[in-house]
Design a protein around this ligand. Structure first.
Ligand code: FAD
Length: 419
């Protein structure tokens, strides 16, 4: 009997891995601790390589209905003065689009596809992994549920830890690692139906080191001139390395007054930020956390993927993007080789690049350029060139782009800054 791959966690990484394995004829089962898959979170972005993976799975039409193809990125200072403007996705010369989407809707698209393709029994909800052991014929994952605290075994060919930033599997491999590390920055996030700004497919990131604002549409609106619009405000409120004021939880509600205070430093012409935030009924807070890159992801026939493997600051649209690319890589190797070789090839392909993104995001990611402009010209500028030269701008952004294939394809001459 060939045992399935046991995927621990039914988030973005776990569900995508199940679909990629199924597409290659490998049996998989997903075990999710939540008692149902609910649409949690707000907006996120998928870069072209990740959308390419989902396109190969035949999911692009469903994603197009649920999300928005982002076709430009604007970087600005807190006064709304433009620093950089570039085309993204297909408009930026990539084969696949960049997609802005509600995390919950992305998860639902993946979950529906898993149900249709692998069968309704492939996702087990209310199963919390508590341990993993090495069995005679391979690893065994142990799960508890609401009705029983006595762990039940699930023998598997491979156990894949897709259990997010608080991964139990990672903790089993690295018992002394402790909590994620906070960099002292708090993020407030929300999404609300809002009038279209610019061409309805633009993402604006404005600010600098002390505070930033990001705003972009993530879904069609009820009418042609509105969009479900995602916003985030980030502000440094603590010392890096100290514990966050409240533990990180993606669904934690925030105090409106905290966001309004952070907003006072901004004025960007394209969007009425105070109005946008006043109209948002549910505001969440999340301390910006990551973990140090690991020396190894694989122990025996157990390995890690997505945020369990490489939680990173949510910058440069890479959290979910890299999780999806991991899933495609994992499935490709598992289908091509025996488990031990497959896991080492997967880790060899994915660990160095994701460790480098964790490191670059600590340095500010692609948004580092707006930090620099604020440091050099805190009260704004008359001529941008006097603050930062076009070649320095391009060079700093392309360093990140090369690694993640996110920005305008450097080979595409149409992608020069226009703003
Ligand atoms: C509720 C929620 C909301 C989020 N909202 C946003 C957002 O708005 N914007 C954004 O950029 N990113 C958000 N994220 C993070 C984003 O989904 C990830 O950074 C990225 O998509 C990588 O996904 P992942 O599958 O590795 O991890 P996650 O998406 O975190 O998924 C991990 C899954 O594993 C499950 N799990 C955890 N422990 C166990 C266990 N012991 N046994 C079984 N299952 C377990 C969790 O319930 C979860 O479903 C959110 C994550 C969560 C869980």
């Amino acid at each position: 009997v060939t045992l399935p791959v046991a995927i621990v966690g039914g988030g973005i990484a776990g569900l995508t891995a199940a679909l990629c394995l199924h597409a290659r004829g490998v049996e998989a089962e997903v075990f999710e601790q939540a008692s149902q898959i609910r649409e949690l979170g707000v907006g996120l972005n998928l870069l072209p390589p990740a959308v390419g993976c989902l396109t190969e799975l035949g999911l692009l039409p469903a994603l197009d209905r649920a999300g928005i193809r982002t076709n430009e990125l604007i970087l600005a200072n807190r006064h709304g003065q433009r620093i950089w403007r570039e085309r993204r996705g297909v408009a930026g010369g990539h084969a696949a689009p960049q997609l802005s989407i509600h995390r919950g809707r992305l998860q639902q698209v993946l979950y529906d596809a898993v149900g249709r393709r692998l069968g309704p029994g492939a996702v087990h909800v209310d199963r919390r992994l508590v341990d993993v052991t090495d069995g005679e014929h391979g690893p065994v994952a142990w799960f508890v549920d609401r009705n029983s605290a006595v762990p039940k075994p699930a023998p598997a060919a491979i156990v894949l830890g897709a259990d997010g930033i608080h991964s139990t599997l990672r903790a089993a491999m690295y018992p002394t690692e402790g909590d994620p590390r906070w960099n002292g920055v708090m993020m407030w996030r929300g999404a609300v139906e809002w009038p279209v700004f610019l061409d309805g497919r633009s993402m604006i990131v404005a600010g600098g080191t002390a505070a930033k604002v990001v705003v972009y549409p993530i879904a069609p609106g009820a009418t042609a001139d509105t969009r479900l619009t995602n916003w985030g405000v980030v502000e440094r409120i603590g010392e890096p390395g100290t514990p966050p004021p409240r533990p990180e939880d993606w669904s934690r509600p925030a105090h409106r007054r905290d966001v309004e205070a952070a907003l006072r430093r901004f004025s960007i012409g394209e969007v009425d930020l105070p109005g946008l935030i006043a109209a948002t009924t549910r505001i969440y807070e999340y301390p910006m956390c990551d973990r140090d890159p690991l020396p190894a992801w694989t122990h025996g026939r157990v390995t890690l993927i997505g945020d369990a493997a490489h939680p990173m600051y949510p910058m440069g649209s890479n959290g979910a993007t890299q999780a999806i690319i991991d899933a495609a890589s994992f499935a490709r190797h598992v289908a091509a080789a025996a488990p031990d070789d497959a896991l080492s090839a997967y880790e060899h392909e994915r660990r160095p690049v994701t460790s480098e993104i964790v490191r670059l995001n600590r340095l500010g990611g692609p948004e580092r350029v707006i930090d620099l402009v604020e440091e050099r010209a805190p009260n704004g500028f008359i001529h941008l060139d006097a603050v930062i030269s076009p070649s320095e701008l391009r060079q700093r952004l392309e360093q990140y782009t090369r690694l993640t294939a996110g920005g305008t394809d450097p080979a595409d001459a149409s992608g020069r800054p226009r703003g």
